[in-house]
Design a protein around this ligand. Structure first.
Ligand code: PAF
Length: 283
């Protein structure tokens, strides 16, 4: 595995790979690799012959009061995990080479970023859309794998790729869960044992929604309110949002039509740790 830190060098390598007709797959991460990331790499390897893994803690997607400086950066451990997973190139640039002095261009995506994470974390998706576009231009992939765990991020990236005519196939990887149902996330390391236990209410909420829809409850607003109640009833837990969107348009949905697919989006705090989760539900 080759480690590259310069965007220009990564572009030259990617161009050569393309000229030698290699199928390039990219997996973008902010490091602190876990089982979820490894599943993205595995999925990319099913389609692409050359895998580029990017590790970059992108400052432009963090809000002022968020955890940019605390964000875990276990680089040596990440290198070992990437190597063992069969990654071909690890692209790990520093902030100055990605956002040099006088940098001023951003990518924004309107409707799909208005609610949920977009509403709670202003400018977050502008930072994501910008860095993902830059990393696409640097790594020149044919395919890119992103986790369904960040469902709204995935919807934003799909929109950017389609709207900007990028010739890249975006592949969604299923959420990896712990035995308790808790979705695997780099931020889970911030949870104390008690908070981790309490956080399993998020998955219980998902199961509740699946059961209610299976039992023909079509009022999605009612189900969302029930889940908020379940979360807020657990000591130390606080719901941030619970809502359903149309799986295709990502527009908020209040009533389910039989046969249609919806995505339940959830965010909550367990102690001070903010967690998100989601599931696709067919009515
Ligand atoms: O999902 C993430 O880890 C980040 O948002 C991404 C896609 C790597 C962009 O910084």
């Amino acid at each position: 595995m080759q480690i590259i830190t310069e965007p220009g060098q990564m572009q030259t390598i990617a161009e050569k790979l393309r000229l030698s007709r290699q199928c390039i797959g990219v997996v973008m991460t902010m490091g602190a690799l876990h089982e979820g990331h490894l599943s993205l790499i595995k999925l990319a390897q099913q389609t692409a012959g050359t895998i580029i893994l990017t590790i970059f803690v992108n400052p432009s997607q963090f809000g002022l009061n968020e955890d940019l400086h605390l964000y875990p950066r276990p680089f040596e451990k990440d290198v070992a995990l990437a190597k063992a997973a069969g990654v071909d190139f690890l692209f790990a640039p520093d902030t100055e080479s990605v956002y040099p002095q006088h940098y001023q261009t951003t990518v924004t995506c309107s409707e799909v970023t208005k609610m949920y994470e977009g509403e709670k974390r202003p400018d977050h998706f502008k930072g994501v859309a910008t860095i993902v576009t830059k990393l696409f231009n640097i790594t020149k992939p044919h395919i890119a794998v992103f986790g369904e765990k960040d469902a709204q991020q995935l919807a934003v990236i799909r929109r950017v790729v389609e709207d900007l005519n990028m010739d890249i196939k975006v592949i969604a990887a299923p959420i990896v869960r712990e035995k308790s149902g808790l979705a695997v996330s780099s931020r889970n390391i911030y949870l104390s044992i008690e908070e981790r236990d309490a956080a399993t209410i998020l998955y219980k909420g998902i199961c509740h929604a699946e059961n209610r829809v299976a039992g023909h409850e079509h009022n999605l607003q009612t189900i969302a309110e029930e889940i908020e109640g379940m979360i807020n009833a657990i000591p130390g837990c606080r719901s941030d949002y619970v809502g359903f969107v149309d799986e295709v348009t990502f527009e908020p949905a209040e009533t389910a039509e039989s046969g249609k697919e919806y995505r339940l989006l959830l965010a909550m705090y367990s102690g001070a740790v903010r967690l998100i989760d989601n599931v696709m539900i067919c009515a």
